[in-house]
Design a protein around this ligand. Structure first.
Ligand SMILES: *[C@@H]1O[C@H](CO)[C@@H](O)[C@H](O)[C@H]1NC(C)=O
Length: 176
């Protein structure tokens, strides 16, 4: 009996890991929930990296198309960026306010995804962490997990912004 439970547990753990690693499941609509950076000014109002995701698509050549909004002069502006895959699964590069490399740190594809992004190519740089939800907000356990991950990556709590309390250009989305 014990052996049977061990098998069930191992199968469940295995299934969970597999789901988290499947990059293709990042496709679809997302909402920016929390945004964090070691350079807070980059994500504050009018900051160059204050972006609100709407949709991610995986293109045929494995690049990642990201649709998002920014607020420019008080107006929501739509953008679409194509991010190039790298040799490492789940790691992409994109030019946007400089050179960026980002990876999926954690994902439960029907609930949330956490990205880690590094900007800059000559030592002068900053990093960014993003928590996206499939809905406009996520469970508090996931928020806590994100705060914990930020700490591990050297971003203090004070530099984590709750975007659910600000204008995220929800009114500008194709699909609310
Ligand atoms: C952001 O930009 C807008 C429009 O240029 C301006 O009115 C506003 O004061 C700026 N906000 C901050 C925090 O700098």
């Amino acid at each position: 009996m014990k052996m049977l439970w061990l098998c069930v547990a191992l199968v469940l753990i295995g299934a969970q890991k597999e789901a988290a690693a499947d990059v293709s499941e990042v496709s679809g609509y997302w909402y920016s929930v929390l945004l964090a950076s070691d350079h807070r000014d980059k994500i504050e109002e009018n900051g160059s990296m204050r972006v609100f995701v709407e949709r991610i698509d995986i293109l045929e050549d494995s690049s990642l198309s990201v649709k998002f909004h920014t607020i420019d002069n008080g107006q929501c502006a739509a953008h679409e960026l194509v991010c190039d895959p790298t040799e490492e699964e789940g790691v992409y590069t994109v030019e946007y306010n400089g050179h960026n490399v980002f990876r999926i740190l954690d994902m439960v594809s029907d609930e949330y995804v956490i990205f880690y992004l590094k900007n800059g190519d000559n030592g002068e740089g900053f990093h960014l962490m993003e928590l996206y939800g499939r809905g406009p907000d996520v469970r508090s356990e996931i928020r806590e997990k994100f705060v914990q991950l930020c700490q591990e990556y050297g971003i203090v709590k004070e530099n984590i912004l709750d975007l659910t309390k600000t204008d995220r250009c929800l009114q500008a989305r194709d699909q609310a």
